[in-house]
Design a binder for this molecule. Structure first.
Ligand code: PLP
Length: 407
């Protein structure tokens, strides 16, 4: 049993006390984005009200103060994922930009005709399309690790795919569509036997439990601030310095340079080489605040409580006739994807919405995964530590109404 005071936690998130369609909001779309605690909202307001100034450029008071706060935020992220050095933490706009940066930069230097890149069937489009386009540019080959009926990666098949032709492996830690937790440590170990670097898309893992990039020994780890109770428009690209130092910059412009003449430009050192232009310093500081917040709640408390919610919801939903859960992996985070027999997921989603419950419907930006299961999409309920069993009960009631309406 977890020892979190959920009511107290809910009071930290102002949006949760609101009504939609005159019903208390039940927010089960946390996989898409999480709500923000008041401390994060206040932090951003405080910066714009009292502290705003562009960073790294000025010698004046506000600029120096805020530059320090931005660099402190980087250190908070470094400690949070246990990166060896703060200059290995690059701020981006989100997971999508982080992956694109790696695909372009690593791809420019290391991918050549006939090389192979391995991803998995479980990937979000953000970890498919950048690699697919890289393969098109370089005449390289994209290989895909298959999944079983439960939505678990087939590690044996991965071992067959990997070879000396493989130049990078990019997989998610947790599937956004099914909630599967992948054994990324094993995937990394196998790749490292061939000296192949591995990128872990942590967009759906960092908010559910402790991540230690040194323990995983991943070469790159990426995530988005808005999915971990932080602001929008900020994300993280962690990379081992041995790779980042070798890789060329992706975006170019202000701040990422050492010296510019019309003949030649030399580049700044890490992390600035990968942070061209004015960064979203307000959101970076907001992200640090969000990390502080969840660390105060405790990542272990969060995983324990969310597991309780997952087990409760799985049991309740499984008992509903005609409801089929898609993704039944042994290791899952608090995400349940399901379909209702003979009812389109959009129709169901619209009715559930009218009961004040926000769920996601569709392909969850994972179309190839939906194709693997021969479905167009699912209804997805993704739970956070601020959700309750009573809210799960409301979802079950809403599903009964859907069945009555369309049955
Ligand atoms: N990767 C995964 C696993 C995701 O779930 C998402 C978003 O849902 C992304 C990447 C893209 O994240 P963002 O839109 O914040 O860049």
């Amino acid at each position: 049993m977890s020892n979190l005071n959920i009511q107290k936690i809910r009071n930290d998130f102002p949006i949760l006390s609101q009504q939609v369609y005159k019903k208390p909001l039940v927010y089960f779309d946390n996989g898409a984005t999480t709500q923000k605690p008041q401390v994060v909202i206040d932090e951003e307001l405080k910066i714009y009200t009292h502290e705003n100034s562009n960073i790294h450029r000025g010698v004046h008071y506000l600029s120096e103060q805020l530059t320090q706060r931005y660099e402190d935020a980087r250190k908070v992220v470094q400690k949070f994922i246990n990166a060896p050095h703060d200059h290995e933490v690059i701020f981006t706009s989100g997971t999508t930009e982080s992956i694109n940066t790696i695909a372009f930069s690593f791809g420019e230097k290391y991918i050549h005709e006939g090389d192979e890149i391995i991803i998995s069937t479980l990937e979000h489009h953000a970890n498919i399309v950048p690699w697919q386009m890289l393969c098109e540019r370089k005449n390289a080959v994209l290989k895909v690790i298959p999944v079983n009926e439960k939505g678990e990666l087939l590690v044996g098949e991965y071992e067959k795919l990997i070879s000396t032709k493989t130049k990078i492996v990019a997989v998610n830690h947790v599937s956004n569509a099914l909630g599967t937790v992948n054994d990324v440590k094993r995937i990394i170990e196998i790749a490292h036997q061939y000296d192949i670097p591995v990128l872990i898309d942590g967009a759906q893992s960092v908010q559910h439990g402790k991540v230690d990039v040194q323990e995983l020994d991943c070469d790159f780890f990426v995530f988005s601030g808005h999915k971990i109770y932080g602001p929008n428009g900020i994300g993280v690209l962690y990379g081992k310095e041995k790779w980042l130092n070798q890789m060329p910059p992706f975006m170019t412009g202000g701040e990422m340079i050492k010296k510019v003449t019309f003949e030649k430009t030399t580049f700044n050192e890490l992390p600035f080489k990968f942070e061209a232009g004015t960064p979203n310093y307000v959101a970076a500081i907001g992200l640090a605040k969000a990390i502080d917040y969840i660390q105060n709640v405790g990542l272990e408390n969060i995983s324990t409580y969310e597991k309780e919610l997952l087990d409760y919801a799985t049991q309740k939903l499984e008992a509903i006739e005609g409801l089929k859960i898609v993704g039944t992996a042994k290791e899952k985070v608090s995400v349940i994807s399901f379909n209702l027999e003979n009812i389109h997921h959009y129709d169901a989603g619209m009715v559930i919405d009218k009961m004040g419950i926000a769920v996601r419907t569709g392909h969850h930006c994972a179309e190839p995964l939906m194709q693997r299961f021969n479905i167009e999409g699912t209804i997805r309920a993704s739970f956070s530590f601020y959700n309750t069993k009573e809210e799960v009960d409301k979802l079950c009631d809403a599903i009964s109404t859907v069945k009555q309406m369309f049955g």
